[in-house]
Design a protein around this ligand. Structure first.
Ligand code: TYM
Length: 332
């Protein structure tokens, strides 16, 4: 059976950008594939972070994923740092990865430009990401568009490693990115990608009031200066959100009332606010139930790590053998 792996950084809330771009699809894929989903806490070290907050954020991200519909009975849901083989495999991959390729990564170029001292981990970030995926020999990786270049590098690493160490029967599959139609959700400012670090998000646990407070000032089609100016829905970021959160009938009504200036933007935002709220209400309720039962969450996280580790150790044995390391056969 095909295997799915994906990860998310525990650097903040789960928001509608990573919900629509990735996590909603993760939930759906559970029915078709063997799935592993990971809070990638080791990736957090590639930027400044608060050690006092890390454990809480990692746990909260795993709770968010379970509340969003990932089922720890069906999928393997875990924290990256609980499986030490991620960093081991990363080191083995440095052998087949060129520094030049890493320096060409768009995210590395963007982030390193803004830093006085670039941590080595930032350059290594996509090698760890390749190790995350290939440690489970996963062949499908549901991500948003911003991860496609990293995925391409994972494929190159798999190819280079296979060519050197398992040319006859490739041991590592070349993973394919799975994109959704919502591959790049813009922030509420309408200017940049929705992102935890830019504060232009709506979180899956936001209350109805918070959703409305955030939507009210959100950017719409700039041609609609007043309520009487007709608009073009395709030019409005919020229309994109309607298409993801509202019923087909509502989307049609919004489209008509925008073009004819039948509604002001505020009317359209009210309807969107309700649609988003009704999609997230059951997720909020599941989040509350999970937080009320911390022992159940702890058990699910420990079980996830145990199941992930069994696969990881199996892959590592195959990797070490093919790379020529001395097996440890004596008894202690
Ligand atoms: P991260 O934590 O930034 O985001 C998690 C997932 O959400 C998607 N995403 C978006 N999609 C559409 N529109 C947006 N505005 C938006 N914002 C985020 C991301 O594309 C991603 O799929 N490097 C990864 C984490 C990672 C990983 C992996 C992913 C580590 N190892 C192995 C896949 C496989 C990251 O920082 O995602």
């Amino acid at each position: 059976m095909d295997r799915v792996f994906s990860g998310i950084q525990p650097t903040g809330e789960l928001h509608i950008g990573n919900w629509l771009g990735a996590v909603k699809n993760w939930v759906a894929l559970q029915d078709q594939y063997e799935c592993l989903y990971c809070a990638v806490d080791l990736h957090v070290l590639t930027a400044k972070y608060d050690p006092a907050a890390l454990a809480g954020r990692t746990r909260e991200m795993l709770v968010s994923l379970m509340a969003a519909g990932l089922d720890p009975e069906r999928s393997i849901i875990f924290a990256q740092s609980h499986v030490p083989e991620h960093t081991r495999l990363m080191w083995f991959f440095t052998h087949v990865t060129g520094v030049g390729e890493l320096e060409r990564m768009t995210q590395f170029k963007d982030k390193s430009q803004r830093m006085e001292r670039v941590p080595a981990g930032l350059l290594m970030y996509p090698v760890l990401q390749a190790a995350d995926i290939l440690l489970y020999r996963a062949n499908r990786v549901p991500v948003g568009e911003d991860q496609v270049q990293h995925l391409e590098l994972s494929r190159e690493i798999a190819r280079a490693w296979n060519a050197e160490f398992s040319a006859e029967a490739p041991f590592l599959p070349e993973p394919q990115a799975l994109l959704t139609p919502a591959r790049r959700i813009m922030g509420l400012d309408g200017e940049a990608k929705m992102s935890k670090s830019l504060g232009n998000t709506i979180g899956i646990f936001d209350s109805a009031e918070q959703i409305w407070e955030k939507l009210r000032p959100a950017k719409t089609d700039p041609a609609r200066q007043t309520k009487k100016d007709p608009g073009t829905p395709e030019l409005c970021n919020l229309f994109t959100l309607h298409r993801h959160f509202s019923s087909a009938e509502t989307v049609q009504t919004v489209d008509r009332n925008c073009r004819t200036a039948g509604w002001g933007c505020i009317d359209c935002k009210r309807v969107l606010s309700e649609s988003i709220n009704s999609e997230f209400a059951p997720i909020r309720a599941r989040g509350e139930a999970l937080r009320a039962d911390p022992a159940q969450v702890d058990r699910a996280i420990a079980r996830g790590a145990e199941r992930a580790r069994a696969i990881a150790l199996d892959t590592m044995a195959g990797v070490e053998r093919r790379m020529g390391f001395l097996p440890m056969t004596g008894q202690g």
